[in-house]
Design a protein around this ligand. Structure first.
Ligand SMILES: [Zn+2]
Length: 354
């Protein structure tokens, strides 16, 4: 049973070069790939930004901070779809021909983010790999449960690549488990748990079959982002796959059966570990569902829970660090060990902290 949980927030991906939430769209719309694309997948989000935020993304002098965050935009589309309401020129399903534009936009946005992350990160994951390698060498990998609020696949690839004799256990079943030479169903005693309660950019969801597929492994080790599978259809019913990404404010509301299952597995795992190490997580106010899980983990147990925070980086504003520490302490108590370590330093010698 896992003794330790390593919780990965946005800062862990940023340490590898991932753009922050607010920079994602700027990265994309200033990229040569977008500039020369005529595809609906690119033109539609461009029009959405023009009409909804008055941003003409074709301009050459786009400002980084002019863009809303990915969570804000996906929050708008998802809330409207959930409430069965529309925005002007962006409707949900009705009797009009070509209706359902909003649902398309919501999915295009997810693919857009996958494309940005693919271009920025490729298969890098240097720090995540170092962490996985050092835990493996100390024989601590199977004592550890990973929880990531990130959609990227840095830790996924780091774990599969650095420890090939391990089955990654995402807390859900994939159709691939029934196929030869594909992902293995996690076997007891050789599985490492990785829970991603907001979804992941290497999962393809068929809403007709209500089954999940995971993108194939390449050379037997790494998985790919869904941006390469944008038009992929379900092999059994020909429905075009949907991404499975839910922005934090809706994590519990959308009731997707797979995400519910992941939430439950995360809940149980966090209650059983003795130590949670937060890496690159700033404990934002908006993440109330994550806070709910953490409070449950802290109070619904017999022994004490140790909490360590690793979220320093060179040039970090001391005032921001102070506020962040206060957020942790007021919610989890003053016993929180708020270290001055960076994610890279922790990855170099994780055992010292564990
Ligand atoms: Zn299907």
């Amino acid at each position: 049973m896992a003794e330790t949980a390593i919780f990965l927030g946005a800062g862990a991906s940023k340490a590898e070069g991932a753009p922050l939430q607010g920079e994602l769209f700027w990265e994309y719309f200033t990229s040569p790939a977008f500039r020369k694309s005529r595809a609906a997948m690119d033109r539609e989000p461009a029009q959405f930004f023009d009409e909804m935020f008055s941003i003409d993304v074709k301009r050459r002098d786009l400002q980084k901070d002019a863009f809303p965050t990915f969570e804000e935009v996906l929050g708008l589309t998802d809330l409207a779809i959930m409430r069965k309401e529309a925005f002007r020129h962006f409707d949900i399903e009705n009797r009009v021909k070509h209706s359902g534009r909003l649902r398309f936009i919501a999915q295009y946005l997810v693919f857009l983010v996958a494309k940005v992350l693919d271009a920025k990160l490729g298969n890098r994951a240097t720090i995540h790999r170092k962490l996985a390698r050092n835990l493996r060498d100390a024989d601590r990998l199977r004592d550890t449960v990973f929880v990531s609020t990130n959609y990227d696949i840095l830790i996924d690839n780091a774990l599969t690549e650095e420890y090939r004799h391990v089955d990654l256990d995402y807390g859900v079943d994939f159709r691939n488990f029934d196929w030869d030479n594909d992902w293995e169903r996690p076997r007891a005693g050789r599985n490492v748990q990785l829970f991603k309660p907001h979804g992941s950019l290497n999962w393809l969801f068929c809403p007709t079959c209500n089954e999940l597929e995971i993108t194939p492994k390449e050379k037997g080790v790494v998985t790919r982002l869904i941006s390469e599978y944008a038009d992929k259809k379900c092999g059994e019913c020909e429905t075009v796959f949907s991404p499975l990404i839910v922005p934090p404010p809706f994590s519990k509301d959308l009731n997707n059966v797979f995400l519910s299952s992941i939430w439950n597995r995360t809940d149980v795992a966090l209650r059983k570990v003795k130590h949670i190490v937060f890496c690159g997580y700033s404990f934002p106010d908006a993440d109330i569902h994550i806070k709910y899980l953490l409070k449950r983990a802290q109070t619904n147990r017999t022994g004490p829970l140790k909490v360590t925070v690793v979220n320093n980086h060179r040039g970090k504003d001391p005032d921001l660090a102070k506020l962040e520490r206060q957020r942790y302490e007021r919610f989890l108590g003053t016993a929180v060990d708020y270290t001055t370590l960076s994610f890279t330093e922790f990855a170099t010698d994780p055992v010292a902290l564990l």
